[in-house]
Ligand binder design. Structure first.
Ligand code: TYD
Length: 191
């Protein structure tokens, strides 16, 4: 089982990814919980760029792809081959959304990624309006880091929601409490 959590900053992906991992662990499954950008060299460069200044659009897209290729080769593909449950906090749908918001064609980004990155069994799109999301990350739109500007997040949210009709996708509203969100996610799993 390969599950991906996506959504704009402030939707609570990391908390829910951890809870989902605990859910499977409690049922005796072996779980690999990971995230993108990764903690590898490319991922670290990208995370640092949020505060030090973003790369050019082309360099940024290229670097997310390098980070993901390494992630797929070294971690995701081997874990799936070994039969582990893989849970990701962000994946190539974030590239469609964030680099799409920066001007690239989201469908072209999708094609580029699906040429090497396995498609998940379940994509959970955690959805929240941008103002509430910005409040939750404790920042106003004008003081947010460069990935988190209000207009940028609004465009990202639209791109995430454009994936709602995919057969493997499920939109979960995170306007409620974290416990209610977890219940919704477990319901989406059919457990
Ligand atoms: P994030 O998950 O917020 O990392 P952290 O919780 O450590 O701050 O990711 C950092 C930013 O990277 C986030 O604002 C979204 C952005 N991002 C992209 O622009 N493209 C991508 O492909 C991915 C995976 C993330």
């Amino acid at each position: 089982m390969f599950i991906v959590l996506e959504g704009i900053d402030g939707t609570g992906k990391s908390t829910q990814a951890r809870r989902l991992a605990d859910h499977f662990l409690a049922r005796g499954r072996t779980v690999v919980l990971s995230r993108e950008p990764t903690d590898g060299p490319w991922g670290t460069l990208l995370r640092d760029s949020a505060s030090t200044g973003r790369l050019t659009p082309e360099e940024e897209l290229e670097t997310f792809l390098k980070d993901r290729r390494q992630h797929v080769t070294e971690k995701i593909a081997p874990a799936l081959a070994a039969g582990h449950t893989v849970i990701l906090d962000r994946y190539y749908f974030s590239t469609m959304a964030y680099q799409g918001a920066r001007g690239f064609d989201p469908q072209e980004i999708r094609r580029q990624n699906e040429a090497f990155a396995p498609v998940p069994d379940l994509l959970l799109i955690l959805d929240l309006d941008v103002d509430t999301a910005l409040q939750r990350i404790g920042t106003r739109g004008d003081s947010a880091n460069q990935f988190e500007q209000r207009g940028n997040l609004a465009r990202c949210r639209e791109i995430f929601l454009s994936l709602a009709s995919e057969p493997f996708a499920k939109v979960i509203s995170t306007a409620t409490t974290p416990d209610e969100v977890t219940q919704q996610i477990l319901a989406a799993l059919g457990t």
